[in-house]
Ligand binder design. Structure first.
Ligand code: SF4
Length: 483
């Protein structure tokens, strides 16, 4: 029987969302690959969050050579994925790469691996395997963006990954794509601007088929962008209640769900902890620049009321914000802290404004010659919201570092988490959900400390002031073409 190794690469020592242990999740796309593979294959998995695939020098593999390696990568993981691929190919092991980065930068990825899959693998993977078995692997396969009804009977092989690493949580796909075009976001580029909804009965069947109690809805908006989508989401929650599925779940959506008390009640009854929402900024000029229309339509003056309605339903609000966007100045950190405390946002996590490849933000900052990490592909390791990769316009780097320290000191350090936990219980009346919020925040504390460390290293290195455009001799346009 042929052996396939599925790899989730991870730069050693990094702490990010994957360090939130309370919801530590399996790489779901690898579980799908195992389920979609036709014929007789034996699988193994290496998740580098747990076990490294390379030796310390990043030269040699640490696993038994399989017949084929399948690897997935977000942008920050791509350099590590390429190093693993180089070590594999040195040993004659073919490597196929998919995921967001390979889709967005396929012309780059193809230089390091035997084949690249762009888009989604569901419909194209069986063809890739047939070609491999016949020794006719092509360089690029385009899986496109199929309707989510293709997932009807294809359930990811969660058991394979759980057996190896015992993940506590799993994600589940209920929608994909986004009709909006926020300047920093890679979802419309990678998943398309059509909002694709999976038939809710299929989702319920998959939920019933897995013994995972902890589920994260994988997409960026489970509730959707129209009355029809909202009704579909509510049917999903009703189904979870009627079938007594007993899941503990959370997901991502926009704050306008606070205007739909029926949805909130159904979410609570179906086992929801709360949801993660992209607050991004409380400054409408910054939101305009980001093109964050979904927040602008609601209006920042409505945030507080919506958050209260979510709390009244017993759910927690996990606010995600962006620091370092154009328009943010040195006072924006205090404004954000005041807002979080005033509205009693239960969890506050953030991303440093990051120009992911081929997003409008990347093209704009590149055209303005403001990126100072451009040694691609290796500098992609910094494109992950825990580093700054562009020069700020409305404050100095020192202002920025001091501002981030202010946020840490006033929301995380000392007694702050305990105080916020108490306030969360008061606001939601739901100790289970507030305890969940506290545990996420405790894990994020480690992530936050690493961000501060990254920023201090940047201050000391002087890299922030590098003119990459001059040093590389390449124009902004020629480099953006490879991103
Ligand atoms: S940030 Fe959210 S609303 Fe904006 S484009 Fe991305 S997924 Fe859509």
């Amino acid at each position: 029987m042929k052996k396939m190794l599925l790899i989730n690469p991870h730069p050693p020592g990094r702490h990010g969302e994957e360090s939130i242990h309370v919801i530590v999740q399996m790489p779901l796309n690898l579980a799908y690959i195992a389920a979609l593979t036709p014929g007789d294959w034996e699988f193994d998995v290496v998740d580098e969050n747990i076990k490294l695939a390379l030796d310390e020098k990043e030269q040699e593999i640490t696993f038994e050579p399989p017949d084929l390696v399948a690897i997935t990568a977000l942008t920050y993981q791509a350099p590590r994925a390429y190093r693993i691929a180089m070590a594999c190919r040195k040993r004659g092991i073919p490597v196929i790469m998919g995921g967001i980065h390979a889709s967005v930068c396929s012309e780059e990825a193809v230089q390091y691996v035997d084949a690249v899959i762009t888009g989604e693998a569901e419909t194209v993977w069986p063809e890739v395997i047939r070609d491999f078995e016949q020794g006719q692997l092509k360089k690029i396969y385009n899986g496109g963006l199929p309707p989510l009804s293709v997932l009807k009977k294809v359930y990811p092989n969660r058991e394979l990954l759980k057996k190896k690493y015992g993940y506590k949580f799993s994600s589940i796909i209920t929608t994909k794509g986004c009709p909006n075009r926020c300047d920093f976001c890679s979802v419309p580029t990678f998943q398309g601007q059509k909002f694709r909804e999976r038939p809710y009965e299929d989702v319920l069947d998959e939920m019933a088929a897995t013994d995972y109690k902890g589920l994260m809805f994988a997409e960026d908006n489970f509730y959707g962008h129209s009355v029809k989508s909202a009704e579909r989401a509510k049917n999903l929650f009703r189904g979870m209640i009627d079938r007594n599925l007993g899941k503990n779940w959370l997901g991502f959506t926009a704050l306008n769900i606070g205007l739909d008390p029926e949805a909130l009640q159904l979410m609570t009854k179906s086992g929801c902890f709360g949801f993660l929402v992209g607050i991004e900024s409380t400054n409408e000029q910054v939101l305009q620049k980001m093109n964050k229309k979904v927040n602008l339509r609601l209006g920042t003056t409505s945030y507080k009321d919506c958050i209260k309605k979510v709390h009244d339903a017993g759910l927690i609000v996990w606010g995600s914000v962006v620091f370092g966007a154009d328009g943010d100045d040195k006072d924006s950190f205090k404004r954000m802290v005041d807002f979080i405390l005033d509205c009693q946002v239960d969890i506050l996590t953030y991303g440093l404004d990051c120009p992911f490849p081929k997003t409008p933000l990347f093209y704009r900052l590149d055209a303005e010659r403001r990126l100072f990490r451009k040694n691609f592909p290796w500098d992609w390791q910094y494109y992950e919201t825990a580093h700054i990769v562009h020069r700020l316009v409305d404050m100095t780097l020192d202002d920025f570092v001091n501002g981030m320290q202010y946020v840490y000191d006033h929301l995380y350090a000392g007694d702050n988490l305990r105080m916020r936990f108490k306030n969360s219980i008061k606001a939601t009346g739901n100790p289970r959900n507030s305890m969940f919020a506290l545990r996420v925040s405790q894990d994020w504390d480690q992530v936050f400390k690493q961000v501060l460390e990254n920023l201090h290293k940047l201050q000391e290195s002087g890299d922030y002031y590098k003119d990459c455009y001059k040093e590389t001799g390449k124009t902004a346009v020629s480099l953006s073409g490879t991103a």
